[in-house]
Write a protein that binds this ligand. Structure first.
Ligand SMILES: NC(=O)c1ccc[n+]([C@@H]2O[C@H](COP(=O)([O-])OP(=O)(O)OC[C@H]3O[C@@H](n4cnc5c(N)ncnc54)[C@H](OP(=O)(O)O)[C@@H]3O)[C@@H](O)[C@H]2O)c1
Length: 250
């Protein structure tokens, strides 16, 4: 797809992958940004609306502002997300519900607000950031990886059902990217990319009309092989490897 003179809305643009994407895409496109904190725009091509994706009225308000400014919207990318360490000794279902509200239902709220226009136009793009790991959990990751699995399966169904409607769907599945979220849960790895490197890669793949933007390749291959292991082998490998890359904050 040509990424020039498009109007793209980025949800989750105040930091991390969304911010890097918004900065880069705003060089050649009009970019509407949405998050609770501001987006520091590098140029005149973007417009920020503050809001919370768990509040559908905030999204509807933002879309009114964007459409008043630019008329038609060419699509959106959902880069909103929160991490959460699951500690079953202090388990509260409501913590998981809140995480689902942000990581999963927030996407659905954006979809509800924007999809009708895209279906009418019969052209446009919908991108969503999930994660490389969408089929299995990791230690202390029951809540977070459940939200990623839900995102992935829902998106697959969305693509399947709307494949002949003129829309382009792409799922962005990062491995490890150095962002505030990754720092919050103390991820450390030599496989980690900067947010700018991730954004450049994502944009390059969007231009090639890729539908599965998974990276980096070596972690993608590792994840694919882990997915086919029986549980007993998977549990053993993961338990031993996790101590090298994560510190349990509980
Ligand atoms: N970093 C990694 O290693 C990694 C790996 C795999 C997948 N991912 C996924 O990548 C996506 C982006 O994460 P990131 O690493 O770039 O983290 P990040 O820097 O923490 O960015 C998260 C963004 O989400 C926004 N956000 C959070 N809650 C929101 C809400 N209720 N309403 C509106 N915006 C909200 C934040 O803005 P405000 O706080 O200002 O609202 C921020 O702009 C997430 O889905 C994450 O799961 C990241």
């Amino acid at each position: 797809m040509e990424l020039k003179d498009k109007t793209i809305i980025i949800f989750g643009a105040s930091s991390g992958i969304g911010e890097a994407l918004a900065r880069s895409l705003s060089k050649d496109n009009r970019v509407g940004t949405f998050s609770r904190r501001p987006f520091n725009s590098p140029n005149q091509n973007s417009l920020h609306v503050q809001g919370d994706v768990t509040k559908p009225e905030d999204i509807k308000n933002a879309m009114t502002v964007f459409k008043d400014k630019w008329a038609a919207i060419d699509g959106f990318i959902y880069s909103v997300g929160k991490a959460q360490i699951t500690d079953f000794k202090k388990f509260q279902a409501d913590d998981v519900r809140k995480l689902m509200d942000t990581n999963f239902f927030g996407f659905l709220n954006c979809l509800e607000a924007i999809l009708p226009d895209l279906l009418t136009q019969k052209t446009g793009m919908i991108g969503m950031v999930s994660a490389l790991m969408v089929g299995r959990s990791l230690p202390n990751g029951a809540a977070y990886f459940s939200t990623k699995a839900a995102q992935h399966v829902f998106f697959e169904g969305l693509r399947m059902d709307l494949q002949n409607q003129g829309l382009h769907f792409f799922e962005i599945r990062p491995g490890l990217v150095d962002t505030p979220m990754a720092r919050e849960v103390d991820v450390k790895s030599d496989k980690m990319w900067s947010a700018d490197k991730a954004a450049q890669h994502i944009i390059q793949q969007m231009k090639r009309n890729e539908t599965d933007i998974s990276f980096p390749l070596d972690l993608k291959l590792v994840t694919q092989s882990l997915n086919v292991l029986p549980d007993s082998a998977y549990f053993k490998i993961v338990k031993s490897q996790m101590d090298k890359n994560f510190r349990n904050k509980n």
